[in-house]
Design a protein. Structure first.
Length: 255
């Protein structure tokens, strides 16, 4: 897939993986629009990278997503939708009667999974109208085998993986020009992973792998430890599960 000259919308683009993606896509000659919920982070991103367009938005909320679509339409539309926004609300208090636990779980599902469906549905006709277009969905190494500390987060990413595969096959069947990519990060050094032990990679390594996969039309892009866990989970699922959970034993509880 050609990236030069494309307009790309990156959700959750004000920091971490999303901001690194914005920087590298600009280097590739793309026009980049990022969203986020924190205006201060968006302002800082704009100050550091003036060519990036920033829009405050919460992609998990229908009204906000529709407003985002309308604003993007006024800007001339996009060629690539990169669904990067995601949250991890700390360790799941399984086995404990807690209203807060349910609220956190619902928020993760709404942002990590349903938010992707919401945006894809909104932007699908726009993307179909382009000569070459793409959707990039972010799942996770945990979509293959769950972390026992963050099962809801793991479940949301497994849902993304299955949904992505189905969406890709459907669009191929109807001969759509919209390509569907999936990026499966391992543990990445970001604010979200703070407090987690284990092998991790930096955002620049992840995004370098993503761009390489986009250019070669590799629709399922596994980076770092995700490659090994994918193979292990097929043949030795118990070992894969043990290794993943060995590397996530120190996640801090968030109130």
């Amino acid at each position: 897939m050609e990236l030069k000259g494309k307009t790309i919308l990156i959700t959750g683009g004000s920091a971490g993986i999303g901001l690194e993606a914005a920087k590298q896509f600009v280097t590739e000659g793309a026009k980049v629009i990022i969203t986020g919920r924190d205006q201060q982070k968006l302002d800082l991103a704009k100050k550091t990278h003036p060519s990036i367009t920033t829009i405050k938005s919460d992609v998990s909320r229908k009204e906000a997503a529709e407003a985002l679509y309308n604003e993007i339409e006024q800007l001339g539309g996009i060629d690539i939708l990169y669904n990067n926004a995601g949250i991890m609300n700390g360790q799941d208090n399984l086995g404990i009667s807690s209203e807060k636990h349910f609220e956190k779980a619902a928020a993760e599902i709404n942002t990590n999974y349903l938010g992707i469906i919401l945006l894809n549905n909104l932007f699908m006709d726009m993307l179909k109208s382009r000569k070459e277009a793409a959707i990039i969905n972010t799942s996770s190494i945990l979509s293959y085998t769950p972390s026992i500390l963050v099962p809801t987060y793991s479940a949301s990413k497994a849902a993304v993986r299955f949904y992505t595969e189905a969406l890709r096959e459907h669009l191929l069947f109807i001969r759509s020009n919209v390509k569907v990519f999936e990026i499966l990060p391992p543990l990445v050094k970001t604010n979200m992973s703070e407090g987690m032990d284990g092998n991790s990679i930096t955002p620049d390594i992840l995004i370098t792998g993503l761009i390489k996969g986009l250019k070669s039309d590799t629709f399922t892009i596994r980076v770092g430890d995700t490659k090994a866990i994918y193979v292990l989970n097929r043949f030795f699922p118990k070992l894969a599960h043990k290794l993943v959970n060995k590397n996530t034993v120190s996640l801090k509880l968030q109130s």
